[in-house]
Design a protein around this ligand. Structure first.
Ligand SMILES: C[S@@+](CC[C@H](N)C(=O)[O-])C[C@H]1O[C@@H](n2cnc3c(N)ncnc32)[C@H](O)[C@@H]1O
Length: 269
């Protein structure tokens, strides 16, 4: 994986590997797991791929309920952190693999369930990675995508992405609400369910988790404070909880499945 953006991702997540699972900072990532799993519907015989798995929070949550999980990610430091945690939790059916979502190192149809959480907003173009996820999915297998969801108002979405990018320069853009379904249909999948939830996040912990540089963090705070005071909207819906600054994020999960060979042939006719 080469290129300036890929380098930016590796640098960002090498920096974040140590704070990513800090319990004081990542409540949002762990509290949303049950919700995601209720959509993924893991089965005992599932062979699972978690794409851009990071430290494997989702992989480790799935492992007890399925046959096997492979966690693939492009940042060595995230994988190292994940392997340590998986060993401490004694997951015998979980392996971490280094790889690029755009060129997955797996055979066609190798998995019955592919999941990817909080990855698409880091991709300059999600399409090649989605094509790969579909390729490695067995006909009938499910693809579950969870990500941040932007406003459907393009002017607001631009401002949301600006704040997210100041916080983490490897952020590209969040898919607007409903767009992931369209992308999955464009890749030949049948969409089964879409869910969304809104969560409140404390700004300071959110900035600490991403190890945002002080000057960039100051811009994020100033933008959110300005919005709260009635200035230009950031789309992040800042508010106070006691004296602290918080904001709201919208998460969307989309569940789709790959058509059987016969159904896909029927569709093509
Ligand atoms: C916000 S983290 C999400 C980690 C995990 N999915 C979770 O929800 O806890 C994004 C992860 O995407 C990985 N990533 C970004 N682009 C990638 C790519 N093209 N191929 C593989 N991993 C990638 C980063 O290394 C990082 O670990």
């Amino acid at each position: 994986m080469s290129g300036a953006h890929e380098q930016r991702i590796r640098e960002a997540f090498t920096r974040q590997a140590g704070t990513f699972e800090d319990e004081r900072l990542n409540v949002a990532f762990t509290s949303g797991l049950a919700w995601l799993l209720s959509y993924a519907g893991p089965r005992r015989d599932d062979v699972v791929l978690d794409v851009a798995a990071g430290t494997g929070i989702v992989s480790r949550a799935l492992a007890p309920d399925v046959a096997r999980v492979t966690a693939v990610d492009s940042t060595a430091a995230m994988i190292a952190e994940g392997r340590q945690r998986a060993a401490a939790e004694a997951h015998a059916n979980l392996e971490f693999v280094s790889g690029d979502a755009k060129h997955l190192p797996f055979a066609d149809g190798a998995f019955t369930l592919v999941v990817t959480r909080f990855s698409l907003h880091h991709f300059a173009d999600p399409s090649p990675a989605l094509a790969e996820m579909v390729r490695v999915l067995r006909p009938g297998g499910r693809l579950v995508v969870q990500d941040l969801a932007a406003s459907t108002d393009p002017d607001i979405a631009v401002r949301q992405d600006h704040v997210e990018r100041m916080r983490d320069s490897s952020h590209v853009s969040m898919p607007p609400r409903g767009v992931v379904s369209r992308w999955l249909r464009d890749h030949g999948l049948a969409v089964d369910a879409v869910g969304e939830r809104e969560i409140n996040r404390p700004v300071e912990q959110w900035l600490q988790q991403s190890v945002t540089a002080p000057d960039a963090a100051a811009v994020v705070r100033a933008d959110l404070e300005g919005d709260l005071a009635g200035g230009e909207t950031t789309g992040m819906r800042p508010h106070r909880v006691d004296a602290d600054l918080w904001f709201r994020q919208r998460w969307e999960v989309t569940v789709a499945h790959r058509l059987s060979t016969e159904a896909a042939a029927g569709r093509a006719r």
